[in-house]
Ligand binder design. Sequence first.
Ligand code: MLT
Length: 313
Amino acid sequence: MKVLITDEISQEGLQPLLDDPRIELEIRLGLTPEELHRIVGRFDAMITRSGTTVDAALLEHGRRLKIVARAGVGIDNVDVDAASSRGIIVVNAPYGNVNSAAEHSMALMLSLCRNVPVASASLKSGEWKRAPFTGRELKDKTLGIIGLGKVGGRVALRAKAFEMTVLACDPYISPKRAEDLGVKLVGLEEIVRYADIVSLHCPRNAETIDMINARHFDAMKDGVIIVNCARGEIVNEAAMLAALQSGKAAGAAFDVFSEEPPRSELVRQLIAHPLMVVTPHLGANTFEAQKNVAVDVSKEIVRYLDGQPLESA
Ligand code: MLT
């Protein structure tokens, strides 16, 4: 089986594939869609992260493809319907990076509330200023979690440890699960109305694109803070920028954007805004998570070859 890897994947985590004499790996990073179209026809399997768009056009060129493995949770960069219609199985790694994403959400929240990036830049530039970097505590603030799944649930537990009041909305979570996490399950409108900090933890799909838009910002508390470690388009970026510019939002911390890397003036302006703390989609970028997801998808490919049931398909 010839396996094509198109995004950076932990080498250590690929060991199950490297150990299997039936498998031949080829790593080709940074290819344009046209270059990918030209070579994908030689491969039986593909491993990607969020950097490769596996759309219908690519799948059409993948005449031998039998399995597409997404080393991560989100499969929004894979056209699953197009794959299924060609009999191509899509697998992912639903658990390996959830802790990493939850910790990064907390890191963003704390960095923003305590002005860590700007204070660090100021000190490194030779200044010694303290008053401009006076921050806010998480304790006694209300956190509104949108999406109480594997990542959102972990963020809830960590927020409780910081003595925050946690509200969450998630139509797919049982009241019992929310109760076990010590979280009050509410509707989106209540999150918008009562949260001091809103943190997003849902997948990107037709239901969630623009889920937080200008109408929601109008209803939010003055000085609200938004943390987005999920997917860019869930928060409308024009509305986010307007909320920062008007002073409605006191700040935002984003790890994800509608364009990665950013190209449009809007996304560049949002990233450059002084009240934004930003990272380039690093939620899953820990050594631990990258090893976990690579092991998980490698094992799925080996299971496929062995004719064993797949765990994530
Ligand atoms: C995910 O969906 O698991 C992450 O976005 C993974 C990644 O960084 O590629």
